[in-house]
Design a protein around this ligand. Structure first.
Ligand SMILES: Nc1ncnc2c1ncn2[C@@H]1O[C@H](COP(=O)(O)OP(=O)(O)OP(=O)(O)O)[C@@H](O)[C@H]1O
Length: 232
């Protein structure tokens, strides 16, 4: 279980973020806050830096400048709290092909909570993998592999979720199920930051808009109606 967080008006506050890759500025002067009970979508064309930004927020990329605060204090002084309270799901499913959905889910959930095999099995049924739960994942489709990773969300109590392309390869029914899961999560006070090329059917999103092609390192935060925003 996660421990109570320090009281603050935000979970995460980014100020004047700048990131350069291969001599190209992906974004600069990018400032925004992530507050509990909100959904933020990072938008932009291929190569604009969405994954890079999400990895920076997850603490998985050091190639940036600016300031990031976590619950009111500099993030680098409280990595333990950040790691315990943040869930990052990368754009690859992050599951092992030789393992079954059940074994993968056990590995993904392990270390945070003790969950029985029956409960994990019900989660796999819930994401539509009931008949496949004991089949090695290398025999599953792209969308089925993605569903294994998404089953992890059913057990995720971290206050901040960072989801990179969570809708990729999912069919219409699974997309709707994930949208419901995210809406419930936000309603329960969680914060979700996601990249997606899919236009989610979700209300009240803060939008972070990244550049529109080579040589145009624009970054913009459009606030509808959620967080404190400053830009530039
Ligand atoms: N490991 C890396 N090493 C060097 N440059 C990289 C690396 N990963 C990404 N980049 C550069 O950063 C740019 C942004 O990549 P990123 O994956 O963040 O974009 P994205 O907006 O998520 O794209 P997409 O919509 O295609 O997923 C890329 O165009 C690439 O030039």
């Amino acid at each position: 279980m996660t421990e109570p967080l320090q009281q603050a008006d935000h979970l995460l506050k980014a100020q004047r973020l700048e990131c350069e890759r291969d001599g190209r500025t992906l974004f600069r002067d990018l400032s925004f806050s992530i507050v509990p009970g909100t959904l933020t979508r990072v938008e932009g064309p291929n190569g604009s830096g969405k994954t890079t930004l999400l990895r920076i927020l997850a603490g998985l990329n050091d190639n940036w400048s600016g300031h990031i605060h976590w619950c009111g204090r500099p993030r680098h002084k409280q990595w333990d709290s950040v790691r315990r309270n943040t869930l990052y799901l990368g754009h690859r499913p992050g599951i092992k092909g030789v393992l079954t959905p059940m074994e993968n889910l056990q590995a993904l959930v392990a270390g945070r909570q003790a969950v029985s095999r029956d409960v994990l099995s019900r989660a796999l049924v819930q994401v539509g993998l009931g008949p496949w739960q004991n089949v090695p994942c290398e025999h599953l489709s792209a969308g089925q592999k993605r569903r294994v990773a998404l089953a992890r969300l059913l057990f995720a109590d971290e206050p901040l979720w960072l989801l990179d392309e969570a809708f990729t390869a999912l069919d219409v029914e699974a997309v709707a199920a994930v949208e419901r899961l995210l809406a419930d999560r936000v309603r329960d006070g969680g914060a979700v930051v996601m990249t997606t090329h899919h236009q989610p059917a979700l209300d009240d999103m803060q939008r972070i808009l990244l550049g529109h092609g080579p040589g145009q390192p624009a970054a913009e935060v459009s606030d509808e109606p959620v967080a404190e925003v400053s830009h530039g």
